[in-house]
Design a protein around this ligand. Structure first.
Ligand code: BGC
Length: 356
């Protein structure tokens, strides 16, 4: 139960991996439907997949095929987390050699009680490694384990690690994207950048940091800012569309920038912007985070000012690699951070090619 408590005590934007080494392999769980894999990049890597699987096999002194990985994602109905879990499943089974039926991915359905049950079942069924993307980030004191917490992991011999991105970086990039426009975000030239902020789940540290650091990047560059509205859109396109629509009705031309904590919401905001007869990059700026294919295409087409690539490939692969390290009994750092990449018109095509 301690392990379970730990799992729920560490908050994460992306995922926490922890090992159940010593528990042995056990009975079955619900097998996730295999996701379609696309992409030239995936195909390219398939040639090396066998080699990677072989290397893993050698290194663990046997096969990982019998090891069981339990994964719980906060909600399947989330564009970014779908990219993440698709890559995670592909990487574990195709590149690392885990058996498909031993990689079980469950949908937390946005419900912490439901997810707690899933984790409890994984533990009862003696899964070897768990990869958890928590529903309720607020059950954690911080996104990263502090020194005391790290010490506790050591003392209690808990094999746990955090894999994610530093959301401050993504917020900073968003602010920079606005500052790098021809008028530094001050479209009407009144000396103040007036914006609305559409937030993800405000309990989530990604939402908090992106909200704070996007604006901070502007003020650090010497800009005056005015927040017309800040509202939670819960990472959701439809909710963001409604928020943007209402805000455009209420504030009209006063809005110079719409900051969205993710791209799904930027897509929603764009629908509202177009419906209101406004034009991105001409009379309003719009930024998101994630680099969803559609959003990157919009950046190329000038319908979104910028986004930030939230590298689901690296995050998923790092989580998979950490799982293998735990199985091998290697020591694993407590925190593994992956870099964000700023996406503007200059490199959007390059990023899009990577995503395909
Ligand atoms: C992503 C969002 C996603 C959220 C889920 C964030 O890092 O940018 O798109 O909805 O994680 O927690």
């Amino acid at each position: 139960m301690r392990l379970l408590k730990k799992a729920l005590a560490v908050g994460l934007a992306s995922a926490m991996v922890f090992s159940m080494a010593g528990c042995g392999a056990g009975s079955k769980g619900t097998t996730a439907a295999p996701e379609a894999t696309t992409a030239a990049e995936t195909k390219k890597e398939d040639t090396s997949a066998e080699t990677t699987a072989e290397a893993v096999k050698d290194a663990v002194g046997g096969d990982v095929a019998d090891k069981k990985v339990g994964i719980s994602i906060y909600k399947f109905d989330d564009n970014f987390m779908t990219l993440y879990r698709t890559e995670l499943q592909r990487y574990l089974t195709e590149d690392l050699g885990f058996k498909k039926e031993n990689v079980v991915i469950q949908d937390g359905k946005g419900d912490q009680a439901e997810q707690t049950n899933q984790i409890q079942n994984f533990i009862t069924q003696k899964y070897d490694v768990l990869i958890l993307n928590l529903v309720q980030a607020s059950s954690a004191p911080d996104r990263e384990p502090d020194t005391q917490e790290e010490q506790r992991w050591k003392d209690d011999k808990i094999n746990a690690t955090y894999v994610g991105c530093d959301a401050r970086q993504s917020g900073t990039y968003q602010g920079e994207e606005i500052f790098e426009t021809s008028n530094k975000g001050d479209i009407n030239g009144d000396g103040v950048v007036s914006y609305i902020m559409i937030q993800g789940d405000p309990e989530n540290v990604d939402a908090q940091y992106r909200t704070e650091f996007s604006v901070k990047a502007l003020t650090d560059s010497g800009m005056q800012v005015k927040e017309l509205l800040k509202q939670r859109g819960d990472w959701d396109q439809a909710k963001a569309q409604q928020i943007a629509q209402d805000a455009l009705t209420q504030y009209g031309d006063q809005i110079e920038v719409i900051f969205c904590n993710n791209d799904a919401m930027a897509l929603g905001a764009l629908q509202a912007i177009e419906a209101a007869g406004r034009t991105v990059n001409k009379d309003i700026y719009l930024v998101g985070v994630d680099a969803l294919t559609e959003a990157v295409q919009n950046v190329i087409d000038g319908k979104q000012t910028g986004t930030v690539f939230n590298d689901h490939f690296s995050q998923a692969r790092t989580a998979g690699d950490m799982a293998v390290k735990f199985i091998k009994g290697e020591s694993v750092d407590n925190v593994n951070m992956v870099d964000y990449i700023k996406v503007t018109k200059d490199n959007a095509q390059e990023i899009l090619d990577k995503l395909k």
